[in-house]
Design a protein around this ligand. Structure first.
Ligand code: BT5
Length: 318
């Protein structure tokens, strides 16, 4: 019913809606209308009440409320079911548990903050309020060694969404970061459950410093708010990411990684740069030449040898 009332407000734009109108249209009592309006106000919706005129929705809260995200979300899989939390340890952990119990592809978990946000290799993802912490379940029919390609599917979706919504020049730093002005604004953690030759599910975990106060972030990190000098609508950004994930995942399923490879290369912050890569306790230095058809980074070492790297940590040397 709350959703229906919000839909009515949105359809009526800037006009007042009388309690009587709402009660007639939704076939509930005037007292029930009042109760729902009070509940929406508690969540943070600013609803004005004027004698003789009725109610008007003045602003929606800066919260990632599932109904707000679903409003106008044009997807068939991603975000059709959204679980949202004020605070949780890690959205990846929740999504993993849900997927283990059979949750469908596209199920999405969101949190306003995380107490134990995870990076790769046991590292910590700092997750204060104002950021976006989201995890999506997918169940692709691929081999476990192809998982790194999905990190890039997610990276492309996020970079495109940031560009589309803010105009900021978001770039993909292989394998799992999004940078703006060479600073990290987003990290992606892809986890999976698999048997030797079959993936059961993958969790795409996306952390974005959106309206985050950049002062509490590590060095070489930034937030969209800091770059834009203004806040963004996290609801719109999440909606756009879900839409782009569905689009890129669809292309991937049809054409494989090669279907999105060029776009990823075009948005790369890594290619053409001199980089230092730490991969499985080995350090390589050279020029980043290419991202191949399996999403691996091709590095030209100083010896001239071409080194293929499947995963690792990249530092841009210059
Ligand atoms: C990542 O790891 O970049 C993956 C981050 C994934 C976070 C999302 S949030 C939703 C979902 N639920 C989770 O629990 N996790 C996922 P990695 O490449 O290992 O980078 C981690 C490093 O980035 C840390 O060691 C810090 O140096 C730095 N870092 C930590 N928090 C950061 C932040 N908020 N912004 C920028 N850099 C950060």
């Amino acid at each position: 019913m709350d959703t229906k009332i919000l839909d009515l407000f949105k359809k009526h734009g800037n006009e007042y809606l009388s309690g009587e109108d709402i009660s007639r249209k939704l076939k509930i009592s005037r007292a029930a209308v009042w109760k729902h309006i009070e509940k929406l106000r508690e969540i943070g919706y600013d609803i004005e009440a004027m004698p003789h005129l009725g109610y008007k929705l003045k602003s929606v809260p800066d919260k990632m409320i599932p109904d707000e995200i679903r409003y106008g979300l044009n997807t068939r899989i991603f975000g059709k079911k959204i679980y949202s939390f004020e605070s949780t340890d890690s959205t990846n952990k929740i999504a993993y548990d849900l997927a283990s119990r059979g949750a469908d592809e596209g199920v999405t978990v969101l949190a306003e903050q995380q107490k134990k946000g995870k990076g790769r290799l046991g590292r910590i993802w700092i997750s204060p309020p104002g950021g976006i912490y989201m995890s999506c379940i997918i169940r692709p029919d691929i081999m476990p060694n192809e998982i790194q390609e999905f990190t890039l599917v997610a990276a492309l979706s996020v970079a495109d969404s940031i560009r589309g919504l803010t105009g900021l020049e978001a770039q993909i730093k292989w394998p799992n970061d999004i940078l703006i002005n060479r600073k990290k604004v987003c990290g992606i953690l892809t986890e999976m459950k698999a048997e030797s030759d079959r993936i059961d599910f993958i969790i795409l975990g996306i952390g974005i410093n959106a309206n985050t106060n950049e002062k509490i972030l590590p060095q070489r990190a930034t937030s969209l708010k800091a770059e834009l000098k203004g806040r963004i609508s996290r609801v719109e950004l999440v909606r756009s990411i879900l839409f782009n994930l569905e689009k890129e995942y669809g292309i991937f399923k049809e054409k494989g990684f090669k279907g999105i490879r060029d776009e990823i290369k075009n948005l790369s912050a890594t290619l053409g740069k001199r980089v230092k890569v730490t991969s499985y306790d080995r350090i390589y230095e050279g020029e980043a030449m290419d991202i191949d058809e399996q999403g691996a980074l091709i590095l030209r070492l100083d010896t001239g040898i071409m080194q293929r790297i499947l995963s690792g940590d990249v530092v841009l040397v210059r």
